[in-house]
Design a protein around this ligand. Sequence first.
Ligand code: SF4
Ligand code: SF3
Length: 637
Amino acid sequence: MSNMMFCMQCQETAGNKGCTKVGVCGKSADLANMQDLLIYVTKGLSEVTTRLRKEGKEISKDVNHYITLNLFTTITNANFDDDVFYARVKETLSIKNDLMKQLSDKEGLSAAATWDVEEDKKSGFLATLKNIVSGNNSGSEINAMLKEKAESNEVGVLATEDEDVRSLRELITYGLKGLSAYSKHANALGYDNEEIDAFMQETLMKLMDDSMTVDQLVALTLETGKVGVDGMALLDTANTTTYGNPEITKVNIGVGKNPGILVSGHDLADIEQLLIQTEGTGVDVYTHSEMLPAHYYPKLKKYKHLVGNYGNAWWKQKEEFESFNGPILMTTNCIVPPKDSYKNRMFTTGAAGYAGCKHIEGEAGSKKDFSEIIALAKRCEAPTEIESGEIVGGFAHEQVFALADTVVEAVKSGAIKKFVVMAGCDGRATKRNYYTEFAKALPKDTVILTAGCAKYKYNKLDLGDIGGIPRVLDAGQCNDSYSLALIALKLKEIFGLEEINELPIIYNIAWYEQKAVIVLLSLLYLGVKEIHLGPTLPAFLSPNVANVLVENFGIGGITTVEEDMEMFFGEEVKAQDGEISKDMIIGDIVKKNPENADILMAAGMHCLGCPSSQAETLEEACMVHGLDVNELLAKLK
Ligand code: SF4
Ligand code: SF3
């Protein structure tokens, strides 16, 4: 096979491990290779655990958690620390060696499962490994061997000539990585599901099985979606049991006068511990990007010093972390390689990591010590204000069910015509401005259902409400896409529909990181059709695999806002063309709706019949009549 291999990490481009795109993700080719090697040895370990289960032997929670964290550590933009990968590869091999001793049937194990045993025979690898494990570390020698292995063509799920097999393996691998994120967060709150762990491990093993046909891999892809739903349910139970059900919440986007700590990523257990440890210290806590939904949970929002959300989605962190002035704690992805100006106040924990940034240790569910971050915060200035006001969120399933009567009434009366699921990820590519423009162009009788950091493209626009129901309903993190599925299923039940696709719901999902893949697979498993993915279709989908998705599920991409409006809404949206604005001609405003004439006359424009009304804009007319254009515009809208 060629040396050009698809990158295991990158969602935006079909890059390769030695790609010139390193500037895009901030990862070196060496680091990308080591991440692939970690997946490779994790597959070997998973083959051993899967066999042990078949032999009726129990696998400990610690091993399950370890495998889950290995997967999560390699997720898009979570960990950029080479040392972490070298250490985890060695530890994974060591765990596997121990478990191998319990395995009765060692016949036909894959190369990934037997790898270090072979090396032992050839080059004394195991002897060196034993030295390392026993603390007698001659790290550079073993690291050189690992590096060599990582660069070999054997490593990587894509080590196959068949592009369809490769594409499906990649799709499933990303799905598993997303699933590992759900599991890891649930584990951190003391929730486990051995069936999910066993599935993840068995599937990792199957990804090395060259006898699996394309059809079998397609079936495995859907099964991954099914377990994805289970994983989301597990995490939802963990979050809502621990912190209560999210509720409608106004979140301050300005700043206070105290120094603050900014918490980013998705791990609620981490922010809770930080809130407990900062209480009464005079240090405030702010959320950033995907941590925003922490404000929606009763048992987190009760902390008075959780004062607001600072900034936007992950990709703007270089400017926002700079102006925050205080320490930043990254609990998961997405990390942008930090600037030197704030690198010494950026900390990581859990699966997140960055060489040169202090890592706060602690296993999932253990007590972490954040005192160093708190002490640093006390020496920092308060954050610089970059915006002010509030945003509203907290529309997870229970909160929406509580509003079900109002929502159903609005649908029945025609006040709400359609829901548009715009969940997913945000990113820096300018083509993603499509989502801002799409949200603005949506007919006013539509409601956006969102989850994930994609919301930052439109959650600060004034999109208004429909009879008190905000036009953007934020269910929470990308992890909370489960809520959107539950809301859809509830509406299906209330309206007595046969199947989910009869609902007036459009799916226009933005994607970037690997968790988006498990959201997609879960929706497919739930039978949702005609999902549109943007800004581009995943590059790793081979033409045949893309065809399977198009033919069986009606998956599509996006084009321009205008064309997509036409596609989704047809005539309806044309009727809404020419939304009233300040620069609209008075005559056109009246033509659009004759009742507008009454509003204009009541405001003092008694000259509607005069010729100038055919040439003057609303703004010009307001100037002439000494009226406030914004006030009048609001009335007309
Ligand atoms: Fe290149 Fe993307 Fe892989 Fe980074 S993640 S090395 S940008 S292909
Ligand atoms: Fe965002 Fe990374 Fe996807 Fe969790 S934080 S949604 S991109």
